[in-house]
Design a protein around this ligand. Structure first.
Ligand code: 13P
Ligand code: SF4
Length: 324
C-alpha cells in the first residue's frame, strides 16, 4: 500500500471507490487519470492513459465536469479543449518541474532570436507557452510531429532536452533545443540500467525518452554493452503496447514508477522491475484518494484558462491530437 492509499484508513478501497463513482454520477463527471497516479486512483478512474490519450478523452467527453487526476498543465489542456466543461483538479499545487522550466516571456525572447522558426512544445508546458507555439507534441508523437514540418524549416523544440535528443536521433533533423529536463526522469541514470541488468541479465529494457539515460542506453546498445534487440526507447503508451507484444518474462522499466501498476494489471504473467525505485513524481502523487473525494464532494479546485490564451493555445494542441 502506498502512502497516499494509507491516508484514508477508515474507508477501504471498495467503500471509497463506490462513493467516488456515485458522486461522479451525481455531478455528471468523468474522472481522467494519468498512468503515474497511485493505483487506487488509476483503478477508480473512468479512463487512465498517457498525456495524448487523456487529451483526446477530454476533447471528446460529453460529461459536464472533468475531474483531472494528473498535473496542472494536463488539466489546463483539458480546459482548453473543452472550454464549456468544468475542469477540477484535486490539488491545485500539483505542478511540473519540466513545465516550469520555460515561461511565455522566455519563449517570446527565444522566438525573437529565431524569426520564422517553427515552435514545437512538449505538452508539458503552461497554457501561456502553448499559446506561443505552433505545435504541441507528447512523447507518443513527438517524432511524427517533427516529421510533419517541411524539411529545411528551423525548429525550436522545448522544453525537454532528452526528448529532443531522441527526436533528433529518430528523424535525423537538427533542432534548436531548450535545455529543460524532468527531474524524475533525468534522475534515472545509465548506472541504474547496468545494475538492474546485472541482477536480471535476461530482462528486456524499456526506457522513456525523457530519461537522463536514454541517449547513453542507445549508445550502449549500439556498442554491444546492452542487448540491442532488447533495448527500447518508448513513450508511455508505447511501453504498454510493447509489454503486450514481447515474449520476455522480465522487463526493466525506466520511467515514473506509477506506470508499473498499469503494466502489471495489463500483463500479470510478466515481471516488471523499476529501473530506479526512487523515480516518483511528487507532483503526481499530490493527488490522493481523499483529495479526489473532496474535490467531487465540494466541487472544488476549478482550473480556468484566460480565453484569449486558450484560443491561441488550442490550435497547437489540436495539431498534436491530429498527428500520430
Ligand atoms: P506521457 O508519457 O504521458 O506523455 O507523460 C510523460 C510525463 O512525464 C507526464 O508528466
Ligand atoms: Fe513533470 Fe516529470 Fe512529474 Fe511528468 S514526471 S509531471 S514531467 S515532473
Amino acid at each position: 500500500m502506498t502512502t497516499a492509499q494509507a491516508e484514508i484508513p477508515e474507508l477501504g478501497y471498495l467503500a471509497w471507490a463506490r462513493e467516488v463513482r456515485s458522486l461522479a454520477a451525481e455531478c455528471n463527471a468523468v474522472i481522467l487519470a494519468h498512468s503515474y497516479q497511485v493505483p487506487w486512483i488509476q483503478e477508480v478512474a473512468h479512463f487512465t492513459g498517457d498525456s495524448l490519450e487523456l487529451s483526446r478523452r477530454a476533447a471528446a467527453t460529453d460529461a459536464e465536469v472533468i475531474v483531472f487526476c494528473g498535473v496542472h498543465f494536463m488539466a489546463e489542456t483539458a480546459k482548453i479543449l473543452s472550454p464549456d466543461r468544468t475542469v477540477l483538479i484535486p490539488d491545485m499545487d500539483a505542478g511540473c518541474s519540466l513545465a516550469d522550466s520555460i515561461t511565455g516571456a522566455q519563449l517570446r525572447a527565444w522566438k525573437d532570436e529565431h524569426p520564422g522558426a517553427v515552435v514545437v512544445a512538449y505538452v508539458n508546458t503552461s497554457a501561456e507557452v502553448k499559446a506561443e507555439s505552433d505545435y504541441c507534441c507528447t512523447s507518443a508523437n513527438a517524432v511524427q510531429v517533427v516529421q510533419a514540418i517541411p524539411a529545411g524549416k528551423e525548429i525550436l523544440f522545448l522544453p525537454d532536452m532528452f526528448l529532443a535528443a531522441h527526436v533528433e536521433r529518430q528523424t535525423g533533423r537538427k533542432l534548436e533545443v531548450w535545455m529543460g529536463e524532468c527531474h524524475v526522469h533525468a534522475g534515472i541514470e545509465p548506472a541504474d540500467l547496468e545494475d538492474r541488468l546485472a541482477e536480471f541479465p535476461d530482462a528486456e529494457l524499456m526506457i522513456h525518452p525523457e530519461c537522463g539515460c536514454a541517449s547513453h542506453a542507445v549508445w550502449m546498445a549500439s556498442s554491444g554493452m546492452l542487448p540491442a534487440n532488447r533495448t527500447h526507447v518508448l513513450s508511455t503508451s508505447g511501453m504498454l503496447r510493447r509489454a503486450a507484444a514481447t515474449d520476455a518474462r522480465r522487463v526493466i522499466v525506466a520511467t515514473e514508477t506509477g506506470l508499473i501498476h498499469r503494466l502489471r494489471v495489463a500483463q500479470p504473467e510478466r515481471e516488471f522491475i523499476a529501473a530506479n525505485e526512487a523515480a516518483i513524481c511528487r507532483y503526481m502523487k499530490m493527488i490522493t484518494p481523499d483529495k479526489l473525494l473532496d474535490s467531487l464532494r465540494l466541487n472544488i479546485h476549478e482550473v480556468t484558462v484566460d480565453r484569449d490564451v486558450a484560443d491561441r493555445a488550442r490550435l497547437a494542441i489540436e495539431r498534436m491530437i491530429a498527428i500520430g
